[in-house]
Design a protein around this ligand. Structure first.
Ligand code: NAP
Length: 278
């Protein structure tokens, strides 16, 4: 679609950004809704990051997504940060207007929307959840589970102090267990989430004995490349309901698109196919 002089502009800022699926995702929605706008990759070196944000605002950009390694720097650069960003210490979406930068973090929103759509029968308040991992993504997952009123969130991470820091920073009903206990942590759980990078293409699989996991538990992997990780394949084979990680990526993009382009976009099967076909 040809852009007019009034085209709405947004993009993804990071270093590198060539692997980001966000331009394809937002590009699909722009096309689908016939919006006079564009969403572009913005590779920016660290020394220029903050200056680039201000310049984009000056150029009339509606905002940006922020990806590695700038999610923490974005928090510091924003004039205003919503609770979702402050709580996680990281911003992944910035809305620009009147020279001001307003930041928030939509990863938790994307995670919980994906679970609710993928497993509509999941009763958050009924049973404990187990989260493997304690990195940036795990923080968003744990915060979203606290908000969903999950009664107990068991966090297990190879490096225990990182899990302790998640518990301390986020509060809530978080219980930290040691890495060798991860199999036993599954007993009576209603949800298991892999929030590590294990299982991703090029990474070893997550070694986790599923014997104690109830058959009623839902299993989610936030890794989406491959779509069916070894963990999801094993969980599916034993009969658990599984939800892949692509939906988290797609749903986390919705609030930014709505703020920049003025339309609430939908996550559809066609969108999933389009993003995967990349
Ligand atoms: P991160 O901050 O670097 O955290 C990585 C996590 O993986 C840590 O808990 C780390 O444990 C663990 N880990 C890595 N290698 C390990 C190994 N060999 N054995 C045990 N644990 C290991 O990364 P992140 O930003 O949280 O991202 C984690 C994954 O989530 C990535 O694959 C990313 O692509 C995916 N993700 C998906 C979405 C989505 O929308 N679906 C969104 C965000 C992230 P230690 O603390 O012990 O190092």
């Amino acid at each position: 679609m040809t852009l007019s002089g009034r085209a709405k502009l947004a993009g993804v800022i990071g270093w590198p950004v060539e692997h980001s699926r966000s331009p394809r995702l937002h590009g699909y929605w722009l096309q689908h809704h016939q919006i006079d706008g564009a969403y572009v990759p913005l590779p920016v070196r660290s020394e220029a990051f903050e200056r680039a944000l201000r310049s984009l605002a000056d150029l009339g950009f509606r905002g940006v997504n922020v990806t590695v390694p700038y999610k923490e720097a974005a928090l510091a650069a924003c004039d205003e940060v919503e609770e979702s960003g402050r709580r996680l210490g990281a911003v992944n979406t910035i809305v620009m207007g009147n020279g001001q930068l307003r930041g928030f973090n939509s990863d938790g929103f994307g995670f919980i929307e994906n679970l609710r759509r993928g497993g509509p029968g999941w009763q958050a308040k009924e049973a404990p959840a187990v989260v493997i991992g304690a990195g940036g993504a795990a923080r968003a997952v744990v915060a979203a589970l606290i908000d969903a009123e999950v009664p107990e969130i068991r966090v297990v991470n190879r490096t225990r102090p990182r899990a302790d820091a998640v518990a301390k920073d986020l509060g809530g009903p978080v219980r930290v267990l040691d890495w060798p206990q991860r199999g036993r942590a599954l007993s009576e759980a209603g949800l298991l989430v892999n929030a590590t990078s294990l299982g991703m293409t090029g990474q070893p699989p997550l070694e986790l004995d599923l014997a104690d996991l109830p058959m009623t538990a839902m299993v989610n992997d936030i890794v989406y490349a491959p779509l069916e990780t070894p963990l999801l394949a094993r969980a599916r084979a034993r009969g658990n309901l599984v939800v892949d990680g692509l939906g988290m990526l797609l749903h986390q993009a919705r609030p930014g698109f709505a703020a920049w382009f003025g339309i609430e976009p939908e996550v559809t099967a066609e969108l999933r196919r389009f993003v995967l076909a990349d």
